[in-house]
Design a protein around this ligand. Sequence first.
Ligand SMILES: NC(=O)C1=CN([C@@H]2O[C@H](COP(=O)(O)OP(=O)(O)OC[C@H]3O[C@@H](n4cnc5c(N)ncnc54)[C@H](OP(=O)(O)O)[C@@H]3O)[C@@H](O)[C@H]2O)C=CC1
Ligand SMILES: O=C1OC[C@@H](O)[C@H](O)[C@H]1O
Length: 393
Amino acid sequence: MASSTPYTVRWGILATGWIAETFTKDLLTNPASRDVHDVRHEVVAVSSSSSKDRAADFIKQVNAPSTTKAYGSYHELVADPDVDIIYVATPHSHHFQNAMLALTAGKNVLCEKSLTVTAAQTRKLIETARSKNLFFMEAVWTRYFPLSIKVRELITSGALGNVYRTIADLSVGRDAPEGKIDFPDSNRMVNADLAGGALLDLGIYALTWVFQSLYHTQPEEEKEAPNVIAAVNKYHTGADETTSIILQFPKHKSHGIALTSLRVASEPDNKDTAGASIRIQGGLGEIQVVGPAYRPHQLRIITKESDGKAEVIDFTIPKDKERDWGHGMFWEADEAARCLRDGQKQSKTLPWSESIVIMEVMDETLRQGGVTYPEVISTDVFDPQSPLNTGKR
Ligand SMILES: NC(=O)C1=CN([C@@H]2O[C@H](COP(=O)(O)OP(=O)(O)OC[C@H]3O[C@@H](n4cnc5c(N)ncnc54)[C@H](OP(=O)(O)O)[C@@H]3O)[C@@H](O)[C@H]2O)C=CC1
Ligand SMILES: O=C1OC[C@@H](O)[C@H](O)[C@H]1O
């Protein structure tokens, strides 16, 4: 018999930057505000590699319970016996070392995108999670949106016929005079020491739409790794600034076109007038996904049957009115909670095997573009005393 008591997950937050704040505020919303009643979340500890004070400020900033523990190091957080799962919210450069730190301490992990800098690092993390019987998931929040679920249902129901092509773009329009990009060179978006660049930060979302529509929705035995043809422009920091990828899935005769750029914008006026950022095209019609690829808000479904008329479905992100907050990251947290409750070590919506194939596509793209990152962030040898774990910058 199903229990009426929601299953509670106790979170530890590793790092205190922008996304850590956004995600933690989502964890603290009332699940009932999104009509979820089977799981709930507690934030029991927050760690900052900068200082314990920084962690304490963060706890106040997000209005977490006063019992939440503040730690001045990632090592202390992963050793806390009250924590069930660690949310890794550092820059991409740090994900491998930080997630290994947590897994080797026996903690389940939800790790921000891009999962790692290299596919070898992803494989190592997955081997570690498997050998320690722990839950591990890449935090591609968009996959858990009701909008994404609807898109996958439409594809698998055959509403579009065979899907032959997906075009997906996430570009942020930060071109600046004299060949510059409007981020300081030290910013994680362009800083090679922090695994900066368009592909790992934004291109992962364009690839998410290609994979959701052309790979994930295939029966298990039909899934195939694609051939990759990439064009990459590098910025003077060595990170990629504009990257375009053609993915060819030979068995299914389908193509994915994943686009990302720090210079041009997929939504120049943020008002949906530029058209859909994502088009999923089948023999019988197409789905247009409107809004930024990471947080889209509308579907337009145009099929031969509808005679060219679009069925438009709007999706709003529910807000917890008491906290005046709701960003949309809570759905991935709910997924992690249900996996922990049910003893599943990976999410069916983004299984380990798929994270590996996507990282392999990114590896190949960066190889073709001649983008390389420093050894300290691209090694797949775990070092608990790495500066990425100790915060010694
Ligand atoms: N899902 C989503 O929508 C989004 C996901 N992201 C992902 O989240 C991750 C973090 O991004 P974001 O929050 O924007 O980044 P921020 O720069 O805002 O925060 C990163 C945090 O990591 C910690 N950190 C540890 N070492 C370093 C270092 N050498 N340089 C900078 N920070 C360091 C710091 O926390 P402390 O000092 O407390 O240890 C810092 O506050 C990235 O992987 C990014 O791709 C980002 C934005 C949106
Ligand atoms: O994941 C992300 O989504 C939103 C973007 O603004 C941000 O750069 C990226 O990290």
